[in-house]
Ligand binder design. Structure first.
Ligand code: ADP
Ligand code: MG
Length: 696
């Protein structure tokens, strides 16, 4: 149960005065449903209105606050002309302009002969100072209005339809309803760091006085970032504590199935794979529960390691499950494993959200009676009615698409289940703790021998014609090609149109050899397109980033990424990993539309220079530290509301240590500080971890 003290923060934004259903919907979409979401939506800039020069000295281009007398009203001659009002002080005059003003609004707000304080951007037009649509107009004795003008205003990130004024009002109203919360940090920490209390920190950040006040390094911001990281680390530590206490089981197979599968492979495991397999079987053989992350760049051969882990469980008479983030990937894993398992006389069972009715019941029965030793699926796997006879090994692919929570719910379908999490996103060592906590890690740093380097070039979109011609030549020689278009948000209609347009263009050139794949298509349709591409009837696949994760078509050796400047580094790396998977040399063309900003240029250069995922991850972090915002979703790291790991990285280790210390002293969070920490978990919506407390 959420503590009562937080009730006011978890009320819908629509409860605020002045936020009707329409505005409410905009805020919900852009920021979040509840007042607490407004609190975390921190200013990204300020507007300083303290510059108050005499009119004649106001610098064009600056934001100025002027005290003036209204001299003359010049209504427009036609509706397309502005309404102009001349205002002045002793030093000179300025013309205030309004387009499309309604009724007598201007006469009321700027009455002839009155004194008014106006604030806005000053411009100069034919040597005449002008201010178009002032942000503020107030009478000097209007306390509320004049005070607002004198202040420094916070600037929030907006979306269409939301104005700064609305958002400021909403944030202020949310702050007004924000209670003081019991302090969950230790006094000594607050003093050493010079951090304010939680509520004071929010107040300071939402009411900046200087641009330094909105800096990510500001003590108030660091305090809130630390709160968030601590909530996260505490949640992870609770889950781990529970995991530990549950104990595992010692699983050792006789190697019979593994040997058969290995013997039938056309290659030998790499040294890195062999090492990872040994680490996994060591964990499984101990009676501690395995919680291991298998980190390996795309194409490093994680599947084999996972398969060996699963077979070990099967040799021991138990079941294993593999969960993939998307249906395409689940199907692909099923196809790969069907092939690999054949020599062992086994076949995996595939369960996805599309299995319904009778067919689904049959699959569930096979899982329940154990006749399906290896089960592959999407999140459909952790639905309540799925019962395993004896699940001992859970492999979770590309886990950043899953929450910790989902990992655990699959594991709860068995007794002492060993968990192997596979991720293709190299994570800088310094950030491993985020989102993972204390997982054990196996690395596949070395790629299987015989892989050729991917030749990557960066070229201007102006050379689209040449590129298409080169594609034609490659198709003629039997190559398969990916053509990627950006679709940052699946909901962006304009992006979707761009993909469809590119598909149409390429189709007029190469006819039925061209396929189209995007996230708005139905799953069944996407699968059909993917298998057409994998199996041969289409050779050029125009796709959005839905192909990003794990798709394996070794015959595809060329990738064109359009608008490469719009992708984050991690994402570009993931995409490029779809090629260079076979024995043939591969080529990646990064098409950009100029002019390129500094970071975009740096990103593309790094892509051209290296294929080393670990290096790319480090560079990604560095660039994000330099203000890079793209690609956070693909970085494999959890998304924080307040913390930014590129800036607050060092707080992560501190939060990690503190979380451990907290549980060491008060494992069930029963003491006074424990109660405050529970509130912290609820505040950052990590309350699912509270279930892992005995008294949860
Ligand atoms: P990942 O999942 O890590 O991206 P995969 O497991 O899909 O990589 O492996 C990529 C490709 O490399 C597959 O076609 C796989 O058969 C092949 N492969 C895996 N291990 C080896 C190896 N030791 N030697 C040669 N090829 C390998
Ligand atoms: Mg074990």
């Amino acid at each position: 149960m959420r503590p009562e003290i937080l009730y006011s923060l978890f009320t819908p934004v629509t409860r605020l005065k002045g936020i009707g259903p329409n505005l409410g919907r905009l805020i919900e979409r852009a920021i979040g449903n509840n007042l607490v979401d407004l609190l975390w939506h921190l200013p990204v800039g300020i507007i300083d209105r303290r510059y108050r020069p005499p009119v004649a000295e106001a610098q064009p281009g600056s934001i100025a606050t002027l005290t003036v007398t209204v001299d003359a009203h010049w209504p427009p001659a036609s509706s397309r002309m502005p309404y102009r009002v001349r205002c002045s002080d002793d030093s000179g005059s300025i013309v205030v302009t309004f387009f499309r003003a309604k009724g007598d609004w201007i006469e009321k707000i700027l009455p002839l002969g009155s004194t008014r304080v106006i604030s806005g951007r000053v411009e100069s037009f034919n040597d005449q100072l002008q201010m178009s649509h002032p942000d503020h107009i107030a009478a000097p004795d209007d306390a509320e209005g004049a005070e607002a003008i004198l202040s420094v205003e916070p600037v929030y990130r907006l979306t269409a339809g939301l104005t700064l004024k609305t958002l400021r009002k909403a944030a202020d109203a949310a702050l007004a309803r924000t209670p003081e919360l019991p302090e969950w940090l230790e006094d000594s920490v607050l003093q050493r760091q010079r951090w304010p209390g939680w509520r004071a920190a929010l107040d300071a950040l939402h009411h900046p006085q200087e641009s330094a006040d909105i800096d990510l390094g500001h003590p108030a911001r660091r305090r809130l970032a630390y709160d968030e990281l601590l909530a996260d680390q505490l949640a992870l530590a609770l889950i781990r504590q529970r995991n530990r206490s549950q104990g595992g089981r010692a699983i050792t197979g006789d190697g019979s199935l593994r040997d058969k599968v290995l013997a039938a492979l056309p290659f030998k495991p790499t040294a890195a794979q062999a090492q990872a397999m040994a680490e996994v079987s060591g964990d499984m053989a101990s009676n501690r529960r395995m919680l291991r992350l298998l980190q390996g760049d795309v194409g490093s051969g994680k599947t084999l390691v996972a398969l060996m882990a699963m077979l070990t469980a099967v040799e021991a008479g138990s079941q294993a499950a593999l969960m993939a983030p998307t249906e395409i990937l689940a199907r692909q894993h099923a196809a790969t494993l069907t092939r690999m398992l054949e020599p062992a006389g086994l076949a995996p069972l595939l369960l996805t959200g599309r299995d319904k009715g009778r067919a689904r019941e049959k699959l569930l029965a096979a899982i329940a009676d154990g006749s399906a030793p290896i089960v592959i699926g999407t999140h459909a796997l952790y639905q309540d009615d799925i019962v395993f006879r004896d699940l001992a090994m859970a492999v979770i692919d590309e886990q950043h698409r899953f929450g910790v929570e989902q990992r655990m719910s699959l594991a709860s379908k068995g007794r002492g289940v060993d968990i192997l999490v596979m991720t293709a996103t190299p994570i800088p060592r310094s950030l491993m703790l985020a989102g993972y906590g204390d997982l054990d890690v196996s690395y596949l740093r070395e790629k299987p021998a015989g892989r050729q380097k991917i030749a990557t070039s960066v070229i201007s979109i102006e050379r689209l014609g040449e590129t298409a011609a080169a594609v034609g030549r490659a198709l003629a020689s039997g190559t398969k090609i990916y053509w990627i278009c950006p679709l940052i948000e699946e909901s962006e209609t304009s992006d979707l149109a761009a993909v469809e347009e590119r598909h149409a263009m390429l189709r007029t050139m190469f006819v039925e050899r061209v396929g189209l794949l995007h996230g708005r298509m139905k799953a069944a349709e996407r699968d059909r397109v993917m298998s057409d591409f994998a199996q041969g009837s289409t050779d050029l696949l125009v796709a959005t980033t839905v192909i990003e994760v794990g798709v394996d078509v070794p015959a595809a050796t060329i990738m064109i990424i359009e608008h490469a400047e719009r992708f984050g580094l991690a994402q570009l790396h993931q995409l490029r990993g779809r090629i260079g998977r076979g024995a043939d040399a591969s080529t990646c063309l990064l098409l950009y539309a100029g002019p390129l900003g500094e970071t975009a240029k740096a990103r593309l250069t790094i892509m051209r220079e290296t294929e080393d995922g670990f290096r790319i991850a480090e560079e990604d972090l560095r660039l994000r530290g330099a203000g890079e915002m793209l690609g956070t979703k693909q970085s494999g790291l959890p998304e924080y509301r307040v913390a930014d790991l590129a800036i607050h990285g060092e707080l992560l280790a501190m939060a990690h240590d503190e979380a451990r210390l907290i549980l060491h002293r008060d494992a069930e969070l029963m003491q006074q500080r424990g109660a405050a920490l529970r509130t912290l978990l609820y505040l950052f919506e990590r309350e699912s971890a509270i279930r892992y407390l005995k008294s949860g």
